[in-house]
Design a protein around this ligand. Structure first.
Ligand SMILES: Cc1cc2nc3c(=O)[nH]c(=O)nc-3n(C[C@H](O)[C@H](O)[C@H](O)COP(=O)(O)O)c2cc1C
Length: 347
């Protein structure tokens, strides 16, 4: 059996599958089921101080869509063939209740040789720093701060901060780094052309890793009702997002250096997708929509597929990191082939 474990800075994960934050980790039961299924870590549903962000959880809606934008049954499997379009809110409980849950969840995770990660989505930076200190004081071992939630601009004013500028990422990360010494993971938006610069800024300011990258905001007209699907703009993700995330992983690896660990999110649906993300430079992979809609068996299946791949290739998980990224060429490097394009024009 080839080895599955990876290192994210100083943290050793027993395997690279991290369950990304979502509604299935609002309660302990979902976290426990993910840990039992074998996840290396689970990111608990995020919180902040905003009542509007909590209330927004009562206004969510979710649609799984095929490539023709037709609704699929919610438990549609395999997750590879579905995209998820949804609104979301933050954890419905008070910060103190959320913190109790996070403490219990991380203690439980330790029994599985895994982690339950506390997750904050800032409304205000000052309050986030205060919450980060409380997370550390409570004994939780890892903190992720998502400064790029896609819903930032559609949510009530002041409910969710969405940062797109490297200078701001540096400022926020520095302040958090000063406030806490536990591993600090910074999750970034995908809705920016400054992604590699944001990664470098987070690294320089002391983040142990960055999670790349949040989903996109989308708008889908329904051709039957001629109204917007779900009634609003909403976040959109699917297997098609994996190559886009990989593109930014490779570019960010070039900027931040090969030794800096980066986590992938947005597009993973299977064990082979974990492989793809790692070949593009990820040290670990967060998976959310596939588990939210497909169930905890998706974790077991993905782990089996990853282990089989590693055994077949006779490689450990860490051997995969960046192998494809480091073989990328430029357009200019390509051989010239006269008239080759003609083969691709319609006959
Ligand atoms: C229903 C839903 C709720 C989410 N809630 C959160 C959240 O509270 N905090 C957070 O950082 N990310 C949240 N995310 C983002 C996911 O963790 C993940 O980054 C994103 O869905 C892309 O990965 P995927 O393709 O595996 O779904 C949420 C995603 C979904 C689909």
């Amino acid at each position: 059996m080839k080895k599955l474990n990876v290192k994210i800075g100083k943290t050793r994960l027993k395997n690279p599958l991290i369950c990304g934050s979502g509604e299935h980790f609002i309660e302990l039961d979902g976290i426990e089921r993910a840990l039992r299924a074998g996840a290396g870590a689970v990111v608990i549903k995020s919180t902040n101080e905003s009542d509007a962000a909590k209330t927004q959880l009562e206004k969510t809606d979710y649609a799984l869509l095929n490539s023709n934008f037709e609704k699929l049954p919610w438990d549609f499997n395999p997750p590879r063939d579905a995209s998820l379009f949804n609104r979301s809110g933050l954890h419905p409980k008070s910060f103190d209740e959320w913190l109790d849950l996070a403490v219990t969840a991380d203690r439980m995770a330790a029994e599985f040789d895994a982690y339950s990660i506390a997750s904050l989505i800032p409304a205000s930076v000052d309050q986030t720093i205060e919450y980060a200190k409380k997370v550390e004081q409570a004994g939780i071992r890892i903190l992720e701060v998502n400064v790029g939630a896609p819903h930032g601009e559609e949510a009530a004013k002041g409910a969710i901060l969405l940062e797109r500028q490297a200078a701001h990422i540096e400022e926020i990360t520095k302040a958090l780094r000063k406030a806490v010494s536990i591993p600090l993971w910074i999750k970034l938006t995908g809705q920016s052309q400054e992604i590699p610069a944001m990664v470098l800024a987070a690294k320089d300011a002391g983040a142990d890793t960055v999670t790349l990258m949040g989903r996109y905001m989308a708008f889908i007209p329904d051709i039957n009702t001629q109204a917007p699907m779900l009634g609003t703009h909403a976040a959109y993700g699917g297997p098609w997002a994996l190559p886009l995330t990989c593109h930014w992983l490779v570019k960010s690896r070039e900027k931040a250096g090969k030794k800096y660990p980066i986590l992938a999110t947005n597009g993973a649906r299977s064990g082979h997708d974990i492989v793809r993300f790692m070949l593009a430079g990820a040290s670990g992979v967060q998976m959310t929509s596939a588990i939210f809609s497909g169930g905890y068996g998706v974790i077991t299946d993905a782990m089996r597929e990853l282990q089989d791949y590693l055994n077949e290739k006779n490689m450990d998980a860490t051997d995969l990191i960046g192998l494809a990224a480091d073989r990328v060429k430029t357009y200019a490097d390509q051989d010239r082939k006269e008239d080759y394009w003609r083969q691709f024009t319609p006959k």
